[in-house]
Design a protein around this ligand. Structure first.
Ligand code: G3H
Ligand code: 13P
Ligand code: ZN
Length: 343
């Protein structure tokens, strides 16, 4: 029987049985075997047991969402789609939610929808109320006590509604060569504080600062991460999923391609794949990637527009851009994070 025929029969039985629209929609979803949005709970449990990491990829539009989920589905991997508050402002929350629902209808893998860097309680509440399955409250800009209080407030609201919460302790700002050792140490996450923070807030996962930073300029010289801090945090919090922000590789070929076709991104540098792989083995459960997807899209768009200046159909340049997002995500899932076949 076709999906449409089933829908017709269900509609008839809905009218006969005076079923509510909500129950009816659930019946259809069950019938069509649509995977519901999931929280990160189960995927993190598995990642901690089997020492792999889940990719959390930032989404802003349809092409990015499709590129990511197509790659994750092909790898049979769980995946986290995350939207920052500026992504929500750009794409609008309803559109993001519906596009993720469309992805769930198409693919049979665990997908979590997460708010990235929630700046305040209200933004977290808005996302929870709109059906996100996970939120981050980023209180890292506040002092310890304020961060605890704000995180706890979000945790209480989220947990009462079945939503999980990521929090952050430590400062992620780029640790440059000219920052003195004492100042740099103050930015890293303190493992003892991390334990106290998780116990007092009840957060479900914790983002820590071990030397990564956002954007395309992470290191002036050689890439360095404080794996010793990660190990100490894991010793204190063996059952808490740890999150690594600012974890793009800033893939050199993509930077080169952007520059070749008119871009100007000199000296960009990220976290090498080997270090991310090491982090996943040492207990990092979630690895955040945005910059690499931006580079992948932009490189392809620049190339297409440069090589075919007479063309102006957006599908002409967005198709290779979406493919590039897919290739980039697939490489990370398969070759770096190790989450293939863990769906
Ligand atoms: O961590 C930040 C993400 O890259 C999101 O950036 O606020 O520009 O969307 P955005
Ligand atoms: P990148 O800028 O390294 O991609 O980091 C993204 C991130 O941490 C999103 O929260
Ligand atoms: Zn981040």
């Amino acid at each position: 029987m076709s999906k449409n025929e089933k829908k017709r029969l269900l509609t008839e039985s809905r009218i006969r049985n005076k079923m509510t629209l909500e129950n009816f929609t659930n019946e259809i979803k069950k019938e069509e075997k649509v995977m519901p949005l999931v929280t990160t709970k189960k995927m993190f449990e598995k990642s901690m047991k089997e020492h792999f990491a889940i990719g959390a990829f930032n989404v802003n539009n349809m092409e990015i969402i499709q590129g990511i989920v197509d790659a994750a589905a092909e790898e049979n991997s769980p995946v986290i789609l995350q939207a920052s508050s500026s992504a929500i402002k750009y794409a609008r929350i309803g559109y993001l939610k519906k596009m993720v629902e469309a992805a769930l209808e198409e693919h049979d893998i665990p997908i979590a929808l997460h708010l990235d860097h929630g700046p305040d309680f209200e933004t977290c509440k808005m996302c929870i109320d709109h059906g996100f399955s996970s939120v981050m409250i980023d209180g890292s800009k506040y002092d310890f006590e304020e961060n605890v209080a704000l995180t706890k407030k979000v945790v209480d609201y989220a947990h009462a509604r079945g939503v999980v919460v990521e929090a952050e302790l430590g400062k992620l700002a780029g640790i440059e060569d000219d920052v003195n050792v004492e100042a740099a140490d103050a930015m890293y996450t303190d493992p003892d504080q991390a334990k106290e923070f998780v116990e007092r807030t009840g957060c479900d996962s914790l983002a820590i600062a071990i030397g990564t930073s956002h954007g395309a300029y992470k290191f002036k010289g050689e890439a360095k991460l404080r794996f010793d801090i990660l190990q100490k945090v894991k010793e204190k919090l063996p059952n808490t999923p740890i999150v690594l922000h600012g974890a793009s590789t800033v893939i050199p070929e993509l930077v080169e391609m952007c520059n070749k076709y008119g871009g100007n991104i000199p000296g960009a540098k990220g976290v090498p794949d080997e270090m991310l792989h090491e982090a996943s083995k040492l207990g990092v459960s979630k690895i955040n990637v945005d910059t690499d997807l931006r580079l992948a899209m932009t490189a392809e768009i620049r190339k297409a527009l440069t090589e075919e200046p007479s063309k102006f159909d957006p599908r002409g340049y967005l198709t290779p851009a979406r493919e590039a997002v897919k290739r980039t995500v697939q490489h990370k899932i398969r070759d770096v994070f190790g989450s293939s076949n863990q769906a």
